[in-house]
Ligand binder design. Sequence first.
Ligand SMILES: Nc1nc2c(ncn2[C@@H]2O[C@H](COP(=O)(O)OP(=O)(O)OP(=O)(O)O)[C@@H](O)[C@H]2O)c(=O)[nH]1
Ligand SMILES: [K+]
Ligand SMILES: [Mg+2]
Length: 439
Amino acid sequence: MNAANQTIYALSSGSLPAGVAVIRISGKQAMAAVESLVGSVPAPRHAVLKTIRTRNGLILDRGLVLTFAGPASFTGEDCAEIHVHGGKAVVASLLAEIATFEDCRLAEHGEFSRRALENGKMDLVEVEGLADLISAETEMQRRLAMEHAAGGLSDLYENWADRLTRARALIEAELDFADEDDVPGSVSDLVWADMERLHSELATHLSGADFGEIVRDGLRIVIAGPPNAGKSSLLNALAKREVAIVTDIAGTTRDVLHVDLNIEGYAVRLYDTAGLRETDEIVEREGIRRALKTVADADMVLSLAEIGEPAQTDFVGFTGKVFKLGTKADVHGTAPGDYDLLISSTSGAGLKELHQLIIKDLQDRSSSLSLALPSRLRHRVLLTESLGALSAAIESESLGLDIRAEQLRLSANSLGRITGRVDVEDLLDVIFSEFCIGK
Ligand SMILES: Nc1nc2c(ncn2[C@@H]2O[C@H](COP(=O)(O)OP(=O)(O)OP(=O)(O)O)[C@@H](O)[C@H]2O)c(=O)[nH]1
Ligand SMILES: [K+]
Ligand SMILES: [Mg+2]
């Protein structure tokens, strides 16, 4: 029997020991496995407390058994869930027993979701949303993932793809009747007017990709500045733990360090870097090279300088926002200087304001309240392709209608590849490798 027809099983709940462990089984043998384990198959969707035994009658545990008859299940196949006590030996013995059933094997990463996709229970964006939901650590990541998992984005793309397909059909009809007089030119005008509206909707949507990616992957904030400005001290103060080494020796930090923060529901990755100065010291120079590279990839730079010293405003390769922070306000008070904010990592002064500044920046980046946004490079690439083909269709008035119709087809195709409606076999291994086993 080939791998896709086999029945798969896995521990779907988290690490052991735990109060409860959930073992999920999906495939043709799911019901037979349940019958062997608990003596009968409970009615679908009814939780029943059962004694679970090996085929030799040895009691493994007592637990809840739930069945879902395909296609009304997560994977679209016959599925079962067995909830047992979350002990390592309990789970190991149950998995070992299931392994002995014919055509049953341990699931691979994301294989339950992959079957759901293949059986049309979910599309690719929904599957990605589910993966993101499982790995979401902040409220905004959860909301974005939920939007994708619940099909909000998929509906949008399907709807746009349908509009493109209808437009193409109308244009092709016009082609077929080109020699006749009974297709009014106004149909064509209406079609192109709608395509222009679609173009602007797509472009607006694509412009939300920056924010979508920031919500999903976290805002990258880099702390930069001269040695002893207090960069590592700020990282530690914001992380509320001693992550970085702090000393009064200039050039303490060499490697790039980072901590992940949750700032009002947004994921933020904060980087500490080596102090910037001219130096011949080999290790320090490498540290500075890495610091500048990290700055170039940042979404935001906090440029630190001890109050009284000028804060650097330009960084090679970085075009985003630079906030100038005057440090050590506890010793310098409010001495004048050109800073966006004065802080003290020692006293905590200004740190609340720094949070607000970051939140304000995040809010400025989101053009709408909706989180129905592209959030992966894959989405961005295909949306750009779709928009490009649509532009070509609209702009190439001098070319034949057949060429313009073909561009509309390509535009719809790119959208179809986002949801997986159009051939995506080549993408699946990459997408599912991100998943945990049991999902
Ligand atoms: N009084 C006071 N001292 C501070 C403050 N922040 C940092 N310092 C001191 O300044 C010195 C340098 O701090 P660091 O955090 O190591 O500075 P840095 O910018 O990371 O330095 P390098 O890693 O060498 O580039 C240490 O002695 C800190 O204790 C502050 O807010 N107030
Ligand atoms: K230092
Ligand atoms: Mg440091």
